[in-house]
Design a protein around this ligand. Structure first.
Ligand SMILES: Nc1nc2c(ncn2[C@@H]2O[C@H](COP(=O)(O)OP(=O)(O)O)[C@@H](O)[C@H]2O)c(=O)[nH]1
Ligand SMILES: [Mg+2]
Length: 319
């Protein structure tokens, strides 16, 4: 395969993105979002510049205060002179920007800061879904030289919206009076959180949620050398507890780097990404005859005249 005709334009964009130009970074994220055919070229150009950013995922039910916490963390990280990127991933929306517009308003104090990049991204319909789109977008931001990338996503516990597999550290947010607490823990949240934050500490019942979580975490089987997820309490609206949260995030990063957990996670992430690309390519490369015959085979299978394995073999021309 020769270079695409618009290769030079891509080179230019990558150069500008590396120099921190927001417009170029935004255009590269758009290429990811639109699964542009130049993505393989783009990823090849970026590869050597990746692996430096610290990627932190924030997850939790809608309304717990993820965006508010992101904004507060950006303020704290900027005070340390870090360059920060925010990626709000909306796995349900076919459009970017729409549902997350409110977040942009909340982020407006940062919108004029050239060292902060804020972007929302939709992933529905993406070839390979979140598993491919999020790591690619993160890679763009990483290569653009951001020290920290904050990834906000809705929902926990569902594989499709699970951000845990895409980031270096997962922050699970809960809030009192949200039906969270025990319920959230039951939904598999305890396993994915590296840090837990009970936000809206200014509200009644926050300390109860903190206590419940601490008890549940204490019960979990863990090796002595393993990381014990801290449970913090914040009031993101006024910044209470955010400095402590950052201290714990730093402590986790140091632990993960030293223990090999970070490289293990990055390895697993790369493996999943390659795997989903392989699967997407296999799906796209299905013989036309096989694809065309799918409905006919489905009819045979549903009528009980053929089993699904034999049908699959026929699609793959194995029988
Ligand atoms: N009382 C209180 N309200 C908060 C706090 N943090 C966020 N909120 C409010 O909760 C609502 C949802 O916050 P948002 O950050 O959009 O939640 P997200 O859906 O998880 O991103 C907004 O009205 C926030 O102003 C907090 O610490 N205390
Ligand atoms: Mg939000």
């Amino acid at each position: 395969m020769g270079a695409p005709p618009d290769g030079p334009e891509l080179d230019l964009l990558v150069g500008q993105a590396r120099a921190g130009r927001a417009r170029a970074i935004g255009r590269l994220v758009s290429l990811v979002e639109n699964h542009d055919r130049r993505l393989p070229t783009l990823m090849a150009l970026l590869a050597a510049d990746t692996g430096r950013a610290r990627v932190i995922g924030l997850t939790g039910s809608p309304g717990v205060g993820k965006s508010t916490t992101v904004a507060a963390l950006v303020t704290a990280l900027r005070a340390r002179d870090e360059r920060v990127a925010v990626l709000a991933v909306d796995p349900s929306s076919p459009f970017s920007g729409g549902a997350l517009l409110g977040d942009r308003v909340r982020m407006q104090t940062h919108a004029l800061d050239p060292q902060v990049f804020i972007r929302s991204m939709a992933t529905r319909g993406h070839l390979g879904g979140l598993a491919v789109a999020a790591p690619q977008a993160i890679r763009v931001l990483d290569a653009a030289g951001f020290d920290t990338v904050l990834v906000e996503t809705v929902g926990v516990g569902q594989s499709e919206v699970d951000v845990a597999g895409q980031v270096d550290a997962t922050l699970v947010l809960l809030a009192p009076g949200m039906g969270d607490g025990i319920q959230a823990a039951k939904a598999g949240v305890l396993e994915i959180g590296d840090l837990f934050v009970v936000n809206k500490a200014d509200r009644d019942g926050a300390h109860v949620v903190v206590r419940e979580l601490r008890n549940m975490i204490a019960l979990a089987q863990r090796e002595p050398q393993d990381w014990k997820p801290p449970v913090l309490s914040t009031s993101a609206v006024d910044g209470t507890g955010v400095a402590e949260l950052l201290v714990e995030l730093d402590r986790f990063h140091a632990h993960a780097s030293a223990s090999g957990l970070l490289s293990q996670r990055r390895h697993d992430r790369a493996r999943r990404e390659v795997e989903s690309l392989v699967l997407a390519r296999l799906r796209a490369g299905l013989p036309v005859a096989g694809r065309a015959g799918l409905d006919g085979l489905a009819a045979e299978v549903s009528a009980g005249r053929l089993d699904a394995y034999a049908a699959a073999d026929r699609v793959l021309n194995r029988s």
